[in-house]
Ligand binder design. Structure first.
Ligand code: ATP
Length: 274
């Protein structure tokens, strides 16, 4: 089970490692096995990025006609918001991301970014606007520097070092013989967590629109909005608190995860919520 977040790089900065991001993403999405047939429409224009608002309007989709995965799914992610998509395994969370990247076209309804139907813009400009950051699993077999930059590939060397300082890992990094070129797998879980949290913090500062696909709810409870998918529809939507107080699906998922984590992770829980 992997976790994935997709911050949309809507500030218009160019991803130096775009090619690499897409390759990683393809691995993550296991897309090699998929015959991708989506093409530019004859009048496709480059996506005109403004704030990065994402809108799903009555989106229905299935990989096979006889088996719908999403049924009339509608939601709006305001520009700069951090939104998490949660729900039972196989409910279509990753499918939402695949549709956003236009690896498939919707069967009905539409997906808009800043008011533009993604079928009317060039696939290249669409995918250029979207970055991928794996979330809270040690996914990268790569250097510390690479991992910090992954959240924001246009970061300067100074910014990379500032992030490390803020994440309180600069001293630890300095002690590694390879410094910032140390492979991330050398980090302990604690250090790695603070690194990833800080990357998320930077994304927030830069007000990127972010969509997180989450399995572990603890990682997303501070989202601006949580979308709960179940049986192909948006079952619930709101902030963590709203859903815990008034929801049923999310509230029971949260309760179940809390029960599982008691006794193993309580310290982290309290510091994360303070
Ligand atoms: P998980 O929490 O387990 O990662 P998910 O909510 O992200 O799951 P999706 O990956 O979006 O679920 O898949 C939704 C459904 O579509 C699943 O039943 C899955 O088996 C099916 N599915 C996914 N990809 C394909 C594909 N390429 N062809 C056919 N069916 C697919």
């Amino acid at each position: 089970v992997f976790q994935l977040s997709v911050p949309l790089n809507f500030l218009g900065s160019v991803y130096r490692e775009l090619r690499q991001s897409l390759l990683d993403m393809e691995t993550l999405f296991n897309l090699q096995k998929v015959n991708v047939s989506v093409k530019d429409s004859p009048n496709a224009k480059p996506l005109a990025l403004k704030g990065g608002e994402i809108k799903f309007e009555n989106v229905s989709f299935g990989y096979h006609p006889q088996r719908p995965i999403l049924k009339n799914v509608s939601f709006t992610i305001p520009a700069g918001n951090k939104v998490a998509v949660v729900g039972p395994s196989g409910c279509g969370k990753s499918t939402i991301l695949r549709l956003l990247f236009r690896y498939y076209d919707v069967d009905s309804g539409r997906i808009l970014i800043d008011g533009q139907d993604i079928r009317d813009v060039t696939v290249e400009s669409l995918r250029k606007a979207i970055g991928v950051v794996p979330q809270d699993t040690p996914l990268f077999n790569n250097t510390i520097e690479h991992n910090i930059r992954y959240g924001r590939t246009d970061a300067t060397d100074e910014e990379v070092r500032a992030v490390a300082k803020r994440a309180r890992i600069a001293d630890a990094i300095a002690k590694f013989p390879d410094g910032y070129q140390t492979k991330t797998s050398a980090l302990d879980t604690e250090t790695e967590n603070s690194l990833l949290q800080n990357i998320n913090g930077i994304l927030k500062e830069k007000r990127r629109t972010s969509v997180f696909v989450a399995h572990r709810l603890r990682t997303i409870f501070d989202s601006d909005q949580i979308i709960v998918l179940k049986d192909g529809v948006v079952a619930e939507q709101g902030t963590h608190q709203q859903l815990v107080d008034g929801g049923t699906v999310y509230a029971s998922m949260w309760a179940a995860q809390e029960v599982l984590s008691i006794g193993t992770d309580t310290d982290k829980a309290s510091s994360a919520s303070s």
